[in-house]
Ligand binder design. Structure first.
Ligand code: FAD
Length: 705
């Protein structure tokens, strides 16, 4: 009989970086019991990733903390490119918009990772009623999966043995950043692997047999699902026996966060400098007058003693180590990085003060061939699945997007609302994004790191090196990609479009709503109180599906007739809404139907509309927030025209189905037939509800999923 205590939870998240915290945030928001553990003793207070891309900001907004990001972060509007001119002197070659205008209502901004993790922690605390938060320092030691139970949705087939490190001084020390000579916080403690190996070395795992071990420190957590968000050297990935694929030769990037003292005029713009012979720099202007520099350190010393080191985390062979030895991390100092920077900035002066963080960041371009194992019981996400250079500010963003994709699916399956099959779309949707990201980074890195071509004085000859015009163009295209707004999920049970290789697909009823991409916002006007509002701000990430009735011009009686019929259909006993909503839940707990008409707002009265558009709850309180004018001259914010933005016919309209994560599932006719197609779509994966499975909802809990 084991003396080690056993506990149960629905989901165990391993690793509390951005990917783990996003998973936790979704699960807290949707009321799923979970635990999130991290081996590190503390949160991070400085450094690491800092770029927040448009799509990430849109999602933060939908989770309720977009305003904090917008207020606290530094906004980057322009990007300046510098390279040698015809005389070989450093000169500004062009300036472009950092976020390409029109792709989102937000623009890229930057702030250090610690703030971002704090917003998540606050949100998790709020949505779980203070019940959940990161548990640290907890270290997982083994994962066992009972394969005979993986297909049983109710089972807890995964057991993870964890160790609480609070009493393990030796290992705790290892989870606190080492400071190599410098007093400044740095990231050198984590990035060079061997660390994960070292961490686990000599740890007794056969605890059951060993009577000398203090059993209090151990716990077996039985769970339905494990999400491994434990970073680039993922222990979970290793337990799954998955090796990363891709480049094995790593570049070393020096990173400095400091306040610059310089006469370089573009220091508060994002910048890329290609010097003639001294390498390249990326400039990231940050909050509180900080500027971050990314510099490729080509001349960094290797440690010959580590020649032929065979393991490079997660079973990766380190070819660099084999030939030259590992990078000697104690040689990476702020002084070394600064000296390299000064050469690149010359003839401009460059000194620094208030150094707050530095690192030598070594990373290859790799992607995991699998994101899940054991019949979708164990997942990996974030850096555990993909690593690449930091230049396009993608690491943290794509990591969070992975689990933003997964979190709601887990919630639906755990609540018994949807079949386990939908979990397969996590890997199929996100592996495609990871591969695109690696290709993109590969191309951009080469151009960034290459020597610049010196423009020729006579137009006929072309020099050697990277053509700076090509580089600017690639960056422009890259900025669109990096924004995250173009992510395009392929046809699946959750996305209705043909299985085609052409990745942008539109239905004729909405020629500007790409199916499989995120639903972009448009200003609309709330019918009841004239307030202009972004449509997506009525579609928060609360776990619900959105069915958008673009009902066209309902001053025409035929069109209003269709809306009336649809309303009856949605309230009929055999409708998908009733079938798939738990018996004791609010009527819009799972499907939130919004209506957006094209008619003039003052030509319609609230009570011209059927129940669907102005529903009442059990106490007969009306919901005034589901009915909107799509075309209107607002009192203070100019014109809005959602029909034009989405390419929808103002007479006939259409229906759009949007997933809980904001991606478009389908577009169909605004008709009863259209609603039948939507029913068929949900029939594919939703589970009919016969029981009260949700906790009864409180009266004030308006939008609880
Ligand atoms: P991480 O943020 O790496 O989080 C993983 C978490 O898992 C950590 O909290 C870790 O303590 C925990 N963990 C690891 N192993 C275990 C285990 N066995 N058990 C329990 N917990 C575990 N990106 C940029 O864009 N710019 C940068 O300058 C930059 N610098 C970086 C510097 C360093 C030192 C590192 C490590 C990363 C840097 N990145 C940078 C990358 C960026 O931080 C990541 O892409 C992003 O944080 C990925 O998020 P994640 O949640 O997947 O992983």
């Amino acid at each position: 009989e084991s003396k080690i205590k056993k506990t149960q939870t629905e989901v165990l998240i391993i690793g509390a970086g951005p990917a783990g915290l996003m998973t936790a945030c979704w699960l807290a928001r949707t009321g799923i019991p979970f635990r999130i553990i991290d081996k590190r003793t503390t949160d991070i207070f400085a450094g690491q990733a800092d770029g927040l891309q448009c799509r990430t900001l849109e999602i933060f907004q939908s989770l309720g903390f977009g305003d904090r990001a917008w207020k606290e972060a530094n906004h980057m509007l322009e990007m300046a490119f510098w390279s040698p001119n015809e005389d070989g002197e450093l000169a500004r070659s062009t300036i472009i918009a950092d976020t390409i205008p029109g792709i989102s209502r937000f623009q890229q901004c930057v702030l250090h990772q610690g703030h971002i993790e704090k917003w998540f922690n606050d949100s998790i605390n709020k949505w779980s009623g203070g019940k959940r938060g990161v548990e640290r320092p907890l270290l997982p030691l083994s994962i066992n999966v009972d394969e005979s139970k993986v297909d049983d949705a109710e089972a807890y087939p995964v057991s993870v043995l964890v160790k609480n490190l609070t009493k393990d001084n030796e290992r705790q020390k290892q989870s606190i950043p080492e400071q190599f000579g410098a007093k400044v916080e740095n990231g050198l403690y984590r990035q060079f692997d061997g660390d994960q190996e070292k961490f686990y070395a000599n740890l007794k795992t056969d605890i059951e047999e060993d009577d000398t071990i203090d059993k209090e420190e151990f716990e077996v957590i039985e769970c339905k699902y494990v999400v491994g968000c434990d970073g680039a050297h993922s222990w979970v990935r290793k337990q799954m026996g998955i090796n990363m694929e891709g480049e094995t030769t790593d570049f070393v990037w020096g990173v400095l966060d400091m306040v610059p003292l310089t006469d370089f005029p573009d220091i508060r713009k994002r910048g890329a400098i290609h010097s003639k012979d001294s390498g390249s720099i990326m400039i990231i202007p940050r909050e509180n007058d900080i500027v971050r520099l990314y510099i490729q350190l080509n001349e960094i010393e290797r440690d010959p003693a580590t020649k032929n080191a065979s393991e490079f985390g997660g079973g990766i062979e380190d070819k660099t180590a084999k030939t030259k030895g590992r990078v000697d991390r104690s040689k990476i100092t702020p002084e070394l990085i600064l000296k390299t920077a000064q050469k690149i900035f010359a003839p401009f002066k460059f000194e620094m003060t208030d150094l707050s963080w530095f690192t030598g960041y070594q990373i290859g371009q790799r992607v995991s061939p699998k994101f899940t194992k054991h019949s979708n019981r164990v997942f990996i996400a974030g850096d555990a699945c993909h690593t690449h250079s930091p230049k396009a500010g993608q690491g943290m963003n794509v990591s969070m997007m992975d689990t933003f994709n997964l979190g709601w699916k887990l919630a639906y399956v755990i609540k018994g609302l949807a079949s386990r099959d939908i979990l397969s779309t996590y890997e199929s949707e996100r592996i495609k994004v990871a591969r695109e990201l690696i290709n993109f980074d590969h191309k951009l890195s080469r151009m960034f790191s290459g020597k610049p071509m010196i423009p020729s004085k006579d137009a006929l000859t072309k020099g050697e090196g990277v053509d700076m015009d090509e580089f600017h163009k690639a960056f422009y295209k890259g900025n669109v990609f990096a924004s995250g707004t173009l992510v395009d999920y392929s046809a699946s049970t959750l996305v209705v479009k043909p299985e085609t290789t052409d990745d942008v697909y539109f239905e004729s009823q909405a020629s500007n709503i790409p199916i499989g991409r995120r639903f972009d916002t448009s200003l609309v006007v709330t019918h009841s109180d004239a307030r202009p509002i972004q449509l997506v701000d009525r579609m928060l990430s609360d776990g619900r599906w959105r069915v958008l009735n673009f009902c066209g011009d309902v001053t025409k009686s035929a069109q209003m007739e269709i809306l009336n019929k649809i309303s009856d259909f949605v309230y009929a006993k055999d409708s998908f809404r009733i079938k798939y909503t738990p018996v004791n839940a609010r009527e819009d707990s799972i499907f939130d139907v919004l209506t957006i008409y094209s008619s003039k707002r003052d030509s319609l009265e609230l009570f011209d509309f059927p129940r669907l558009a102005i529903p009442q709850d059990h106490k007969k309180r009306r919901n005034y927030w589901k009915l909107h004018a799509g075309i209107e001259t607002t009192l203070h914010e100019g014109e809005c025209n959602a029909y034009k933005k989405y390419g929808i016919d103002t007479e006939k309209g259409c229906i759009v189905v949007v997933r809980p994560d904001g991606y478009v599932s389908m577009v169909t006719d605004f008709s009863l037939d259209g609603y039948k197609k939507i029913s068929n779509f949900f029939d594919e994966f939703m589970i009919p509800q016969t029981k009260n499975i949700l906790p009864p909802q409180s009266e004030d809990d308006i939008d609880r999923f």
